[in-house]
Design a protein around this ligand. Structure first.
Ligand code: TRP
Length: 444
């Protein structure tokens, strides 16, 4: 580590950067399709449970590891636990980052494609929205081109530096996206026939409970909060000494969950309201799979006055939300190569970019590979990473160091009870529950 590490400048910048990483296609694209797949409201309940019991404590743990070491995600374990195998947790995270980018960038490419369709007005004239999406899916070259474009955009921000790139873009675009989502949710809810969609979202049906639902919900929670791979370790390493971890983790989790649920309120009521065959809509939603967002939303826009403007605005902001997430993913891997192998930032970025493009080409041409990377990262790699991170902070790290990090050396008054509960969660509840859900989900 030759150069002085930068830190995020302002308090709002810290929440914005972490929230910018968390809020992305995971909330707006992946969450609705997982929810559709798993039967609606019951999935959301389990998901919220996962956010509370593992999500928030684990995000705080990553912050502790990050700021406690001021190093990249693998170097952090190296520094805090020298000469132990814990560094493999960091390395697993770097690998996870590659795998996630390998399919995520393709979806980012879809977002760009829809942005162009909306801006040129062609999306506005489409009549068969499924066919329109399938057109894109059946053209690997078009997907590859857009994926490469998005990867290069991400690399550009990584090279332009942490402060300027990440902080500025997050601060402006997050509130705008939020506002737009609220407008779209209102439009969707007031469509005639939308109530069945709301019931699907908010009336739990216990008959949908099954072992894989828990693993799906947990994987989605990890994926959406950007935890389990060291992303929040890396961001934590840039935090100021007076950043309040508890507050930041709670704020980011609330924002992130709100965006996901808003996305649900946009998609489901309009899917139920706009369908021509209400009897089969639930099956259609499941079958729609990864296309849900790209099929249902343009249909909603066409129900609105000035549809070209709404559609363009939405897909531009979605692309930006995705960009702040890909920046965080690429930053983890780039910083690792830069600090561990002493490559310059530029060389590290180029290497990572090339690797991601290769994986992205694979998943543009092979839906099987795309799916494999999605499942492997969300349902296997992130939960495993989370398990080890909770064990590391709960058992390995010195309790006084954990307390000092959480209370900023005693300046934040949290009470002994809070710390006890926190450590207890990390030692027993989180690891045992993650393990149980993991095994139950894979076997069941
Ligand atoms: N959380 C982001 C989303 O919901 C994706 C993401 C960014 C991510 N960084 C991550 C997922 C780290 C897992 C780990 O779109």
């Amino acid at each position: 580590m030759t150069e002085k590490r930068v830190t995020f400048a302002s308090k709002i910048g810290i929440v914005a950067a972490a929230a910018g990483s968390a809020v992305g296609l995971g909330n707006i694209w992946r969450f609705p399709s997982q929810t559709a797949d798993s039967g609606g409201a019951i999935f959301i309940l389990v998901y919220i449970g996962c956010i509370l019991f593992f999500g928030i404590p684990l995000m705080m743990s990553e912050f502790i590891i990050g700021r406690g070491s001021r190093a990249n995600s693998a170097g952090a374990f190296h520094k805090l636990a020298p000469g132990t195998p814990w560094k493999w947790v960091g390395r697993l995270g770097v690998l996870t980052g590659f795998v996630i980018m390998g399919f995520y960038m393709v979806v980012c490419g879809w977002t760009l494609d829809y942005m162009f369709q909306a801006l040129t007005g062609s999306l506005h004239t489409v009549t068969d929205f499924s066919a329109n999406f399938n057109n894109l899916l059946s053209s690997p070259l078009r997907q590859t081109g857009l994926m490469i474009l998005f990867t290069l955009m991400t690399a550009f921000f990584i090279l332009s530096g942490v402060k300027k790139g990440i902080e500025q873009s997050s601060k402006i675009m997050m509130p705008m996206l939020f506002l737009l989502l609220i407008i779209l949710a209102l439009r969707s809810v007031f469509l005639e026939g939308s109530s069945a969609g709301l019931a699907f979202l908010f009336r739990p049906d216990a008959t949908h409970l099954n072992p894989t639902l828990f693993l799906d919900a947990m994987g989605q929670a990890f994926f959406s909060l950007s935890i389990g791979m060291g992303c929040m370790i890396t961001y934590g390493s840039y935090f100021n000494n007076d950043t309040n971890f508890t507050q930041t983790a709670v704020q980011v989790s609330i924002l992130d969950s709100l965006v996901a649920i808003l996305a649900g309120i946009i998609i489901f009521p309009s899917a139920f309201a706009l369908t021509s065959n209400p009897d089969t809509i639930t099956d259609e939603l499941v079958a729609g799979g990864p296309g849900l967002l790209f099929i249902t939303l343009p249909e909603l826009f066409n129900q609105m006055p000035l549809s070209v403007i709404w559609g363009s605005l939405f897909f531009c902001l979605l692309a930006l939300a995705a960009l702040t997430s890909t920046i965080s993913l690429m930053e983890v891997v780039t910083l690792y190569i830069h600090e561990e192998y002493r490559f310059t930032r530029k060389k590290s970025t180029l290497l990572v970019t090339a690797g991601v493009i290769l994986l992205g080409i694979g998943s543009s041409f092979s839906p099987w590979l795309f799916n494999l990377m999605d499942v492997a990262s969300a349902k296997v790699m992130l939960p495993l990473g989370g398990l080890f991170i909770s064990l590391f902070v709960g058992w390995y790290l010195d309790k006084r160091m954990v307390a000092a990090q959480i209370t900023n050396d005693g300046t934040i008054k949290l009470g002994v009870g809070f710390l006890r509960v926190y450590i207890f969660l990390l030692r027993y509840i989180a690891p045992l529950a993650i393990l149980a859900i993991f095994i139950y989900g894979l076997v069941g």
